[in-house]
Design a protein around this ligand. Structure first.
Ligand code: KG4
Ligand code: ZN
Length: 337
């Protein structure tokens, strides 16, 4: 953080998918509290997020989560500069819960309200790490989550050049779908990550799509290739560990190769990898191995959805004078371009 910048204290709320989260962050870098109530166990029985159940669960726990975030930060509402909330992208019913609670608090406590793009939140998760003081632009950020696979060149704060993204499934979506194919528990990402530790990444030669095209990604052919292999074992159990390791290796190869190429082409000072899939251990290892620059990841707890990252992004918008009105609407298909 630039020392001349004023200190901010921001309460953020995040309910875009299946985590109910609230956090208080100081000056976009210092976490004072970070509460995450996960619904994963609730949705696991359906093998994916059940939107109607997600929004109902958010309503049940959001007030307790916010109260806990304020309590752990040892702050009162008077100490806050702003209330930030994820406005999209995400599930409409889930987003509505967070946005309405944030509006109610902003109105009742007479605080400015700020709607934040969830993808931007993921990007700012790296500023919540010890590396924050070392970050200098330009930076290449790879966002790999359940809904997104995007490469951005950042020349400054809040300045995003979209270099490419997925043309079909997101990386996390591919992990989740392949997890289901392999009969692994939901969510597929962490389950494949651990199953792959027992398998051989070279056991199956799965496709690395669009390797020669510039910065776009495609993972749906890979998912189909895994399905074809699984179908060959209709009588017996497929070699899950080898399939998981080989699938994961294909995803990792593509992500690492494209990030390495973009880092070189744009002469960045560092590569940041954020979003749920950035928790993947093979991806972390391969990025460090292949890229001769600092490669920064948020700690796993800040890789997946949380509200601290929303507060971190909000800090920069707040300092630039951005405010949302009480008529703030949710944007389920919001993009960052
Ligand atoms: O960022 P996130 O929590 O939510 C979205 O914004 O989508 O990302 C969730 C995604 C899920 O697809 C999940 O399977 C994946 O991140 N994920 C992982 C790992 N941990 C979570 N994928 C691969 N390896 C992991 N260790
Ligand atoms: Zn996310």
């Amino acid at each position: 953080m630039n020392m001349a910048e004023p200190v901010t204290r921001i309460l953020a709320i995040e309910t875009s998918c299946d985590e109910t989260a609230a956090a208080v962050v100081e000056s976009g870098t210092r976490i004072l509290s970070n509460i995450i109530a996960s619904q994963t166990d609730l949705h696991a029985q359906y093998g994916g997020v059940f939107p109607e159940i997600a929004s109902r669960k958010h309503i049940e726990v959001i007030h307790a989560v916010v109260a806990q975030a304020m309590g752990q930060a040892y702050l009162g509402y008077d100490d806050l500069d702003c209330i930030a909330v994820t406005k999209g992208p995400g599930l409409v019913g889930s987003l509505l819960v967070g946005v309405n609670v944030a509006k109610g608090l902003a109105l009742a406590r007479n605080k400015p309200l700020l709607g934040v793009n969830h993808i931007e939140g993921h990007i700012y998760s790296v500023w919540l790490t010890e590396a924050a003081p070392e970050i200098t632009f330009p930076v290449l950020t790879l966002v790999v989550s359940g809904g997104h696979t995007e490469l951005y060149l950042m020349r400054d704060h809040l300045d995003y050049e979209h270099l490419g993204g997925t043309i079909d499934d997101a990386a996390g979506e591919a992990f989740d779908k392949v997890g289901r194919l392999l009969d692994l528990p939901y969510p597929g990402g962490p389950a494949i990550d651990s199953a792959a530790r027992e398998g051989r990444p070279t056991a199956f030669n799965f496709p690395r799509a669009l390797m020669d095209s510039v910065y776009d990604f495609s993972f749906s052919g890979l998912k189909t290739a895994v399905l074809r292999e699984v179908e060959r074992y209709d009588a017996g159990r497929p070699p899950v560990a080898d399939l998981a390791a080989s699938f994961q290796a294909a995803v990792v190869d593509v992500l690492v190769e494209k990030a390495a190429r973009a880092a070189e082409e744009y002469g960045v000072t560092a590569v940041h990898v954020v979003g749920g899939v950035s928790a993947n251990s093979a991806l972390r290892e391969a990025m460090h191995e292949r890229i001769p620059l600092p490669v920064r990841f948020p700690p796993p707890v800040l890789s997946t959805d949380n509200a601290a990252m929303i507060a971190a992004a909000a800090h920069h918008h707040f300092l630039r004078g951005a405010r949302s009105g009480l008529d703030l609407e949710v944007s389920p298909s919001l993009q960052l371009r």
